[in-house]
Ligand binder design. Structure first.
Ligand code: PXG
Length: 437
């Protein structure tokens, strides 16, 4: 494919549009661990697309399943009608999810999954006659997508400041990252579990009777791989249980093997009441997200007359046949190649490789868990993100796609990455860092 010569019409998301269009970077194709740029260059994918292509690019089995489905049943309305693959997929996902996260509500993105989980939490309390519980608690540096609910519980200033007051009844826990305490940790840091106790402060302030749910990413991805301190998630679970508050894990990034287990909930042995997923669910081949609900949450809403709609919520494309086909084919690959276990097996190699950057130029932190790492750089002249952006560009020049998040370069390759490819990524990153002022 050749590059287009008019870039004006496309308003790009989360992009410096004018800077990009002055020096565009366009993908033309992809296969396995690599992208191909429009100029023909092969780029090693250090980010699994955007944390989503967990089984590698353009898997023929997924492409074939999508094509076959498009010929057989292109679309089926999901309201008061259904199609078999939506049910078989939900049953399969329920078996995969830990604990009794046994009910699956389909959406089309991570943002929609978050909105849906927040609404289910409110509807759950409403159904139990506890409709004073409307407050939603997120966390600083949390990312829960870009819609109004997710933006409100999210903790990224830039994502909020242009868009007015949004939801009123929200508050935020502090994030768990402190360079003076947990820099250069491998896996879960020892310091920081006590930060979960801040939830008690918010309960004292607002009263538990007004709080519907707490939502956190078990590992915060977008703001630069913030790994939960040992005991932190367990403590959140305990406090929520003691106060009748639902716990929501946003597993849009951590789901489907990123942490060497089906979900972070499985890895950490902490089962939330609601869990969001997207991205790796279809290996990103077709947009799809899902919310998993535990039995008690689901069952609380299955009341009233049989003919009554229990949850006034859903999307035209909920459970889209093409997405269901892609998800089935993706799960087949995950199973056949035992990819989640493979991720767990290569985690020590990945950890050792990224920590070779510990004494890299301007590096102030390297942290990792599963197949995810954040390499944080000192700010240049107090200007956030500028140096890391230069490192990102330099890596791309050298044939590696990374993701820049503020002062952090995140690495999260597909789970099929070989040890040699992981070493190449760490090597390029170190060399790029060394050449950037
Ligand atoms: N929750 C989490 C935890 C996410 O990581 C979303 C919700 C929203 O998903 P959608 O599909 O609506 O984009 C995400 C998305 C980055 C980056 O740079 C990460 C995401 C999106 C864009 C950039 O790390 N994650």
């Amino acid at each position: 494919m050749t590059a287009p010569n008019d870039l004006a019409a496309y308003w790009m998301p989360f992009t410096a549009n004018r800077q990009f269009k002055a020096a565009p970077r366009l993908f033309a194709g992809a296969s396995g661990m690599h992208y191909r740029m429009t100029d023909g260059r092969q780029i090693l994918d250090g980010t699994a697309g955007l944390w989503c292509v967990n089984a590698g690019h353009c898997r023929p089995e997924i492409a074939a399943a999508i094509a076959a489905q498009a010929r057989e049943l292109d679309y089926a309305t999901a309201f008061q009608m259904g199609h078999p693959a939506a049910f078989t997929l939900a049953a399969r996902l329920a078996r995969l999810a830990p604990g009794d996260l046994d009910h699956v509500f389909y959406v089309n993105s991570g943002s929609e999954a978050v909105e849906t989980a927040l609404k289910i939490a409110l509807a759950y309390h409403h159904a139990r006659g506890d409709s004073r519980r409307v407050r939603l608690i997120g966390r600083e540096r949390g990312y829960h997508g870009v819609n109004f609910g997710g933006m409100a519980v999210g903790g990224i200033g830039n994502n909020r400041k242009q868009f007015g007051p949004g939801l009123g009844a929200v508050d935020h826990l502090p994030h768990t990252h402190d360079l003076s305490r947990n820099a250069f940790s491998r896996g879960q840091p020892d310091w920081g579990a006590h930060l979960a106790d801040d939830l008690l402060r918010l309960i004292a302030l607002h009263d538990a009777s007004t709080i519907a749910a707490v939502i956190v990413e078990p590992m915060a991805g977008s703001t630069g791989v913030l790994v939960p301190p040992k005991g932190y998630l367990e403590r959140l679970r305990e406090i929520c249980d003691a106060h009748g508050i639902l716990l929501i894990f946003d597993e849009v990034i951590t789901g489907f093997g990123r942490l060497g287990a089906s979900f972070a909930a499985e890895r950490f042995g902490v089962i939330p009441d609601l869990m969001t997923a997207a991205k790796g669910l279809t290996n990103a081949a077709v947009p799809m997200g899902a919310v998993f609900a535990r039995a008690h949450v689901h069952d609380a809403l299955m009341t009233g007359p049989d003919a009554a709609i229990e949850l006034f919520h859903g999307y035209t494309y909920s459970g889209h046949p093409l997405a269901c086909a892609a998800a089935h084919a993706t799960l087949d690959i995950y199973e056949k190649e035992d990819l989640f276990a493979r991720a767990a097996r290569i985690e020590p190699h990945f950890e050792a490789a990224v920590h070779r950057l510990d004494d890299g130029k301007n590096v102030v932190d390297v942290r990792n868990i599963g197949i995810a790492a954040g390499i944080e750089f000192a700010q240049r002249d107090g200007r956030p993100g500028v140096r890391a952006y230069d490192v990102f560009l330099k890596c791309l020049d050298m044939g590696l796609l990374t993701r820049q998040a503020g002062d952090v370069i995140a690495l999260s390759p597909p789970l099929i990455a070989s040890e040699a490819e992981i070493d190449t990524m760490a090597g390029i990153l170190a060399e790029a860092a060394a050449t950037v002022a």
